[in-house]
Design a protein around this ligand. Structure first.
Ligand code: G1P
Length: 286
């Protein structure tokens, strides 16, 4: 059983500058909750018990968000605002959250390496904050955990992208496919479309064997001069089978402005207190 998850949240958030100069991108709100809370909830609803969030020096707002705010809570209680108090107090209840700082931003692979002591010698999940999923029947991570329980090997969550978009993602090279599960013979980070081995892109969800840490420790810099998780996974394949599974959940790339706006609209449409007004507003805009 997978009980531990890692959420890397140490990146600069350059696609959302200038706001990310002062606000971590993971704290950008989908209406009134930060995107990272949805990622934490996905992990929790998938059965994860312990979450390590990898932060960097200007990400204290994330640490504060998952802590109690005693002053605010006391005021809400004393004013009889019980419902608001519960809303604030119950954030991420039922899951343990830990933090570690990545002291220098050397890439996603290096960020995940910071989780070694937390993870120990068991398989674990990685959830990237830019990829926000809304599960149809189950959370996206649960889909991967179910594949893991069958194969007992690392599994990467994938989605299909257009050929020109292969250069934005880690791309899988499958050997054989049964249903939506693929055994991989390779994986390549942000290939030139003409070199892309497939259109199956890694969608920011992973179940990884702890052997990944040995690969990460010796991993040289790759694309963008960064230590890439994808390159370490390729290395891991020399020792262990690695699978990919195409995710059924709907994905929003909340690092992209248009997907971020779509997520806000979709979440508002699902909120019955907002839905009628949002529909009216969208109709007015034509
Ligand atoms: C990262 C990974 C990439 C993956 C992507 C998913 O890239 O390196 O393999 O496909 O997340 O969102 P980034 O978007 O951080 O450049």
């Amino acid at each position: 059983m997978i009980k531990k998850a890692v959420i890397p949240a140490a990146g600069y958030g350059t696609r959302f500058l200038p706001i990310t100069k002062a606000i971590p991108k993971e704290m950008l709100p989908i209406i009134d909750r930060p995107t990272i809370e949805f990622i934490v909830n996905e992990a929790k609803e998938s059965g994860i018990e312990d979450i390590l969030i990898i932060v960097s020096s200007n990400k204290n707002a994330i640490v504060d968000y998952f802590d109690y705010n005693i002053e605010l809570e006391t005021i809400l209680k004393s004013k009889g605002k019980e419902e608001l108090y519960q809303k604030v107090h119950k954030i991420a209840e039922g899951v343990n959250i830990f933090f570690v700082r990545q002291k220098e931003q050397l890439g996603l692979g290096h960020a995940v390496l910071q989780a070694e002591a937390f993870v120990g010698n068991e398989p674990f999940a990685v959830l990237l904050g830019d990829d926000l999923y809304v599960g149809k029947e189950k959370p996206a991570l649960r889909e991967l955990m179910d594949v893991y329980e069958d194969k007992k090997r690392s599994v990467l969550g994938t989605m299909e992208v257009t050929l020109e978009n292969t250069s934005k993602y880690g791309i899988c090279d499958p050997i054989n496919t049964e249903g939506n599960v693929m055994l991989l013979k390779g994986v390549v980070e942000k290939p030139n479309p003409k070199d892309a081995p497939s259109r199956h892109a890694i969608g920011g969800r992973y179940i990884l064997s702890p052997a990944i840490f040995n690969s990460l420790k010796t991993q040289e810099k790759g694309v963008g001069g960064e230590i890439q998780l994808t390159d370490a996974i390729l290395n891991l394949m020399k020792k262990e089978d690695v699978y990919a599974a195409s995710l059924q959940a709907k994905r929003y790339d909340v690092g992209s402005k248009i997907d971020y706006i779509e997520a806000i609209i979709d979440f508002a449409l699902k909120d019955e207190t907002l839905r009628p007004d949002i529909i009216k507003l969208l109709k007015q805009k034509g």
